[in-house]
Design a protein around this ligand. Structure first.
Ligand SMILES: C[S@@+](CC[C@H](N)C(=O)[O-])C[C@H]1O[C@@H](n2cnc3c(N)ncnc32)[C@H](O)[C@@H]1O
Length: 136
């Protein structure tokens, strides 16, 4: 696995302190369909549909741009068995996605890259499937 990320990009979310509060978790269950670690609006059903639409297979290399806390990229990797690279500009989100991958025991096939979608730090043809959820 690549080095997870460098510390202190200086970009942090102002909503970090409300995530995982009882109120947030309750709203997430009602709106998203489960507690999945979302900080966007992709529902559980939509994430499943996304995986089916891109025909994600075990042998695929998935890139999730603006991966947040690993939703839905890590979820799709968990479901399909594929390799996943999470690109995220926020250090705190990357740390949380690394923690999620550790908890679900998939770090060996995941990479965590701090960077920006405007200058992707990858060679061409590095990935088979690219997703981004709620990233403008
Ligand atoms: C609304 S959140 C969605 C996160 C996740 N995809 C989800 O659905 O839960 C948007 C994410 O994009 C990240 N982001 C914003 N601008 C970015 C950029 N230029 N490059 C990489 N990530 C970026 C933010 O840090 C944030 O985690």
């Amino acid at each position: 696995m690549d080095a997870p990320f460098e510390a202190n990009s200086g970009f942090e979310h102002s909503c970090d302190d409300v995530l995982d509060t009882p109120a947030h978790l309750s709203v997430e269950r009602e709106v998203i369909g489960a507690n999945v670690g979302a900080n966007g609006y992709t529902t559980l059903d939509q994430a499943g549909e996304l995986g089916r639409l891109v025909h994600l297979q075990r042998e695929d290399r998935l890139l999730d741009i603006g991966a947040g806390r690993g939703w839905p990229g890590l979820y799709l990797a968990e479901q399909s068995g594929c390799e996943a690279t999470l690109l995220e500009i926020s250090d705190s989100d990357l740390r949380q996605s690394l923690g999620r991958a550790e908890r679900t025991n998939i770090t060996a096939r995941c990479s965590f890259v701090r960077g920006t979608a405007t200058a992707l730090p990858f060679r061409s043809k590095s990935f088979d499937v690219l997703i981004h959820a709620d990233v403008l």
